[in-house]
Design a protein. Structure first.
Length: 244
């Protein structure tokens, strides 16, 4: 266990303000153990919170927290106390436990996973040069509503290059836009690639995104395929993953 652990929360008027704060303290070598800048949106209302936790020796924690607080306040952040982040920390596994229980109760664990088409939501995790994150977010804000998709959450997780967004069809999971969600998601991921980023920083490409691997890796994919063939001539190791 660390010698000391400290939690903090900052509220911002906009995601852009919070992002500028994160970039500033990262550029100066400040690295909180927990960092999650989240903009949750429901209708016309939204809130932007920066969840922070610092841990290590007492001197490390005090120095890191003092520096991060200064940059957050300079960017217009309001100290919201530790309670929001403590709740975040204490409940961080709830969604996984709930998902596990629902699958066990429904017998879904024994059934094949549904395809991307017809899904009622998608959660994307793209990595981008930090200098282009806000440009990408603003593009998503313009593009997605025009194509029947609503963004419920934007987030930066762990470091400023790691950007996430939670998408739902405007008409809900049974609405006319649900079947188009996969097509819209592809365009959003392609935009990240075109801006010098990668389509996934968190959960891997797997099968769901395999059709976009060649677009991202270019000739590098042929190198990976040659390595895969040399190591796995019978194609028994995760066939189909990563488009291999």
């Amino acid at each position: 266990l660390p010698e000391k652990r400290s939690f903090a929360t900052f509220a911002f008027e906009s995601f852009d303000q919070g992002f500028h704060a994160v970039v500033e303290f990262f550029n100066r070598g400040l690295r909180p153990a927990l960092l999650d800048l989240t903009e949750e949106r429901y209708g016309d209302k939204g809130s932007v919170l920066l969840y922070l936790m610092f841990e290590g020796t007492a001197e490390e924690v005090e120095g890191q927290e003092k520096g991060v607080r200064r940059f957050c306040q300079q960017a217009g952040g309001r100290d919201a106390g530790p309670e929001e982040t403590l709740h975040y920390w204490d409940t961080r596994y709830d969604i996984a436990l709930r998902f596990k229980a629902e699958r066990a109760n429904s017998g879904a664990a024994r059934r094949p996973r549904p395809s991307r088409r017809g899904r009622g939501f998608d959660y994307l995790h793209v990595s981008l040069p930090s200098s282009r994150v806000l440009e990408y977010k603003h593009w998503c804000q313009d593009y997605l509503p025009q194509h029947g998709v609503e963004v419920r959450e934007y987030a930066i997780w762990t470091r400023p290059e790691f950007f996430s967004l939670f998408l739902v069809p405007t008409g809900g999971p049974s609405g006319p836009d649900a079947d188009r969600l996969a097509q819209v998601v592809d365009r959003v991921l392609e935009k990240a690639q075109d801006m010098g980023g990668s389509m996934e920083y968190c959960h891997g490409v797997g099968v769901k995104l395999a059709h976009l691997v060649a677009r991202e890796m270019g000739v590098g994919l042929e190198v990976v395929r040659a390595l895969k063939q040399a190591l796995d001539p019978y194609n028994i190791m995760n066939p189909g993953k990563l488009g291999l």
